[in-house]
Write a protein that binds this ligand. Sequence first.
Ligand code: NIG
Ligand code: FE
Length: 404
Amino acid sequence: MSSPSTASPAESASTASTVITNIATLVTNDPSLGDRSPLGLIQSAAVVIEGDRVVWTGEESKAPATDNRVDAGGRAVLPGFVDSHSHLLFAGDRTEEFNARMSGRSYSAGGIRTTVAATRAASDADLERTLTRHLDEALRQGTTTMETKSGYGLTVEDEARALRIAARHTDEVTYLGAHVVAPEHTEDPAAYVSLVTGEMLDACAPYARWIDVFCERGAFDGDQARAVLTAGRARGLHPRVHANQLSHGPGVQLAVELDAASADHCTHLTDADVDALAHGRTVATLLPGAEFSTRAPWPDARRLLDAGVTVALSTDCNPGSSFTSSVPFCIALAVRDMGMTPDEAVWSATAGGAAALRRTDVGRVAPGAYADLALLDAPSHVHLAYRPGVPLVRGVWRRGVRVV
Ligand code: NIG
Ligand code: FE
């Protein structure tokens, strides 16, 4: 099976056209289609794929003639999930830390250094195997686009090799040298910021699209975060920020000021933070797997949505704070505990993720978009929240090819 963001030569899309018929509910995320809601829902629908793209969507009775036909069996089809936040370049395991948390210990950014030690000791082949294992795991659960980051190397060589490996498997690669201050530099964080914005950036920029910083007490303050993001921007990387995860801080305001594509976590927000997000282009990416696994308060999605903020939902898959690759699990949490409706959560996990990556070619099922689709063993997308923990994804197309 291929990884969510790469097509292997064996599975390149054919140019023959294929219609998927007998779709009970199709989520297009195109409000000009179907019921004109944000999800653009079409009942009794069909989708036509040609090559790697969607070329037609609409009511089944109006579908054009095609070379091939697939019967969806009265099930739901939606865009493949766009998971815009993960940390998959890691080695080792933090079961003990998780166990301790579930016995009452609290989460701290310091646990990241455990994974740093294991990651540095791992071979390139080990890192790549772990990455592809989790990309495949995500693909089987409907994720067809997945961002991932460095951040567990924290030396020039270890950060660059993580990104080099990541870039073989996804276009959405983020340089996170500023995850925490590297263990060698704890006495002199300024020297580490100079490294991250200098030699390390030079080595990493060729493999990355994005630059990220963990702006948090115990990681990097607002001034350090600004220095990291502006240096990355000067090298052609676009900012995204780990912001306001564990406490209130300047991360969200900085993200909006620098026009970051996304402010991620957004668990502790002031009214001014919500207002800034509502008036900027920066998407608020919520990562409920982290609150689940750290027993932290849930981010208030309702407050953000009611203020008009664009919200994305992603997994934050990493071995410390959120070891899940399951977007359906995050949808269920967001609906149960964060005030989202099922429609909003599904939108955020597809179109919202695409917005957080500033993409218009994924996250929707409409002519011109990549044919990245998830077929559910259920009549509607609502079942993703209604039937939590049930493996509902029965089929996945990526770039026009059925991969699951
Ligand atoms: O997004 N917040 C910082 N980084 C990760 C946690 C990484 C870890 O604990 O290893 C996060 O939650
Ligand atoms: Fe993260």
